[in-house]
Design a protein around this ligand. Sequence first.
Ligand code: SAH
Length: 223
Amino acid sequence: MDRLRQEGLGMTSQRTRNRLIQRLREEGIANEEVLDVMVSTPRHLFLDEALAIRAYEDTALPIGFGQTISQPYIVARMTELLLSRAKSLQRVLEVGTGSGYQTAILARLVKQLYSVERVKPLLETARHRLGELGHHNIAFKLSNGGFGWQEEGPYDAILAAAAPAMIPDELKQQLAPNGVLVIPVGAEQQYLTMVTRRQDGDQFDVEKLEAVRFVPLLSGVVR
Ligand code: SAH
């Protein structure tokens, strides 16, 4: 990829990115590993060029197909939760690749990442971008991620970027012992929810965290 484009200028420059990181700190993100990865991930490359100048605002932005790139704060928060709670990050599943931005962040923090998306054009664009950025530890799948990705499981951690009304049992079942699922849950009001599988088998601890707003987890595949 063009080095200048990756480094960014003006509204996509390192200085602008540093301001976003400062803001994330003020909002309570404290994990230096997460902040380090975020400051060096070019979010503007995950957006259409017309929106790139807004890439370092702390806001969700449209990526087509009625979907959005997640707000940096929520990407940081969910990543921080995974890092703080998961005992291992060898195999991690992401549900809802979208633009591939959260994917890029996770790929730098885990050994092997599996990412599932239901909208084919989004998946293909993200796959292309992440390849250009030099990520080689990500496997992609076009499917309804509400069912997880059974063949590659169990996972040390699962992160979902779209909200189901209730926690899908398949995702819980694909957690390894001590595995952690971070997912927005709820129909009307959504809450960020953290599910931990206990060491010894089939027991899960569920913690309801802050109120959030995500696009809904939908069924079926768009080709
Ligand atoms: N973290 C992504 C978020 C994208 S929005 C980013 O920052 O770009 C959520 C994504 O989840 C959308 O791309 C949407 O198509 C996808 N999605 C919704 N329901 C899904 C499902 N059942 N399986 C897989 N992906 C799904």
